[in-house]
Design a protein around this ligand. Structure first.
Ligand code: SDX
Length: 464
């Protein structure tokens, strides 16, 4: 990409403010520029710190580190605010559709009617999978987790679409973006159909994005399938709620993978892998498992107690957040959507009663109040998705469908920024300093603390 085409780096304002760092071990002081965003915390620009002071900063989990500049999403965790390109998530969820939000995240503004219809059509025309890629599925066990299939199939897209892997060509970047947004529902739906042993339905270009997903998931060739518009609207809203969320673990994974120049399909496959973790996108499935383990409202107090026991690994899944120290605004919309879906389907779910009672008790409990632990987006999504008909192991795949546009928007932003360079964190080294090599014949036997069998997992050599 030409240098001119890259967005100019965010040059620090004329250095009006700086942060003085004094090293009381050496007595040296360093002036570090303070950078200002349009909103949110200021940052200390430490890019020259190591060169000037020979010292690293230390921040496992990046709790206090801004890894990049971005215009896409802003979160005020204390106030429970989430903005996409300046629009509050509540307004987008209520008033727009997922394609609108995709356009907004990718291009920075809500589309005009003409832009929207062109974008929708562009996505609709790319929903099919290459027939050879469909054969990829038959290599998996039927019991394979859908996320395992999605990581494999999305990564394999780079073997099929060589006209959208040149990361330096903005046109090819846009092609890759549209292809990924278009194909994720098909890829996820086929993973579900494969687990059932049912045929893979082709996408239907007459349907909108969420309706197409429902039909590919739940239709069978032997019967007419009619999309319930209320359920389709609820699913579209759920996709909006999951579309983007600043520099979360999976988005940071995509950015780091992309910083090496990896092709966009490989980067999104990396994001899917990261999202799968139960502390991140896997939490929605974990919430249902937790609610089932709790079983009844009477059992809730003992689980709320367990969640506070530092010696108990039990956590209230769907509670707490690295950034939100107030109610996750998405959780409120998700709770409302959950009631809408259950009312439309005329069903109730005892797990919802347990979830609401758990929320009530937790929000009154001093431990959760003191640690500012509130329900997050995952707390109600599982109940909603199960009511719609998703099996539990498809919840995170749905999260991945929604989040694909966020991952791509951040990847595109990074690729067009003159600031971007290969990500390469350093470390605080605590290992051996320098040891003399000893030939194996001269090494004494020491009783290792770990058994080698544990290391090898005790697997027989005929493991399949
Ligand atoms: C998502 O980053 C994103 O934006 C993610 C996401 C997105 O859209 O991309 O919002 C999606 O991942 C939502 C989060 C889903 N995960 C869960 O619901 C899993 C349960 N939550 C926890 O694992 C935890 O809250 C995290 C992982 C979400 C956040 O953990 P942090 O920020 O690292 O905080 P922490 O683990 O250091 O917790 C701070 C304190 C600890 O106690 P102390 O060590 O201070 O005594 O709060 C406690 C924790 O023990 N704590 C909890 C808790 N979460 C934190 N205690 C009980 N139950 C919980 N859920």
């Amino acid at each position: 990409m030409s240098e001119a085409a890259k967005k100019e780096p965010m040059a620090p304002r004329a250095v009006r403010h700086s942060f003085t760092l004094t090293d009381n071990e050496t007595g040296d002081s360093y002036e570090l520029p303070i950078l200002h965003g349009n909103i949110g915390p200021r940052v200390i620009d430490i890019r020259k710190l190591y060169a000037e002071a020979g010292i690293f900063t230390y921040d496992p989990g990046f709790t206090s580190t801004a890894a990049c500049t971005s215009d896409i999403t802003y979160i005020d965790g204390d106030a429970g605010v989430l903005l996409h390109r300046g629009y509050p998530i509540e307004e987008l969820a209520e008033n727009s559709d997922y394609m609108d939000v995709c356009y907004l995240l990718l291009h920075g503004d809500l589309p005009s009617p003409e832009e929207k219809s062109e974008f929708d059509e562009n996505i609709t025309q790319r929903t099919m999978l290459h027939e050879q890629l469909v054969r990829f599925y038959s290599g998996f066990k039927r019991s394979a987790h859908p996320m395992a299939i999605m990581v494999g199939v999305v990564g394999a897209l780079s073997a099929f679409y060589h006209d959208s892997t040149d990361i330096n060509d903005p046109m090819q970047r846009m092609n890759a973006a549209n292809r990924l947004i278009a194909k994720m529902p098909t890829i996820a739906a086929y993973a579900y159909k494969y687990s059932l042993g049912q045929p893979f339905p082709y996408p239907d270009n007459k349907l909108d994005y969420a309706s197409n997903l429902l039909r590919m998931l739940f239709s069978v060739p032997t019967e007419e399938y009619e999309v319930n518009p209320v359920i389709a609207r609820a699913l579209d809203k759920i996709l909006i709620l999951h579309a983007d969320h600043e520099q979360n673990a999976s988005t940071s994974t995509v950015r780091l993978a992309g910083s090496s120049g990896a092709n966009p399909f490989a980067c999104i496959a990396a994001g899917i892998a990261s999202l799968w973790g139960p502390s991140h996108g896997g939490a929605n499935e974990a919430v249902l498992n937790m609610l089932e383990e709790i079983g009844t409202k009477e059992n809730i107090p003992q689980f709320v107690k367990r969640a506070q026991d530092p010696n108990d690994s039990f956590r209230l899944m769907g509670f707490g957040h690295r950034v939100y120290k107030n109610y996750d605004p998405r959780a409120k919309v998700m709770q409302k959507t959950c009631h809408e879906v259950l009312n439309e389907l005329g069903t109730s779910d005892p797990l919802l009663d347990i979830a609401m009672e758990l929320e009530r008790l937790a929000l009154e409990d001093s431990y959760f109040i003191d640690k500012k632990l509130y329900p997050n987006v995952d707390f109600y999504s599982g109940i909603t998705l199960r009511a719609i008909g998703f099996p539990d192991n498809m919840f995170t795949s749905l999260f991945a469908i929604g989040r694909t546009v966020g991952w791509i928007a951040h990847w595109k932003e990074m690729m067009s920024s003159a600031e971007s360079k290969i990500g390469r964190p350093r470390q605080l080294y605590k290992g051996e300093v320098a040891r003399q090599f000893t030939a194996v014949a001269n090494r004494e036997h020491t009783s290792r603390k770990i058994s080698w069998a544990w290391l090898w997992g005790g697997q027989s050599n005929n493991e399949r």
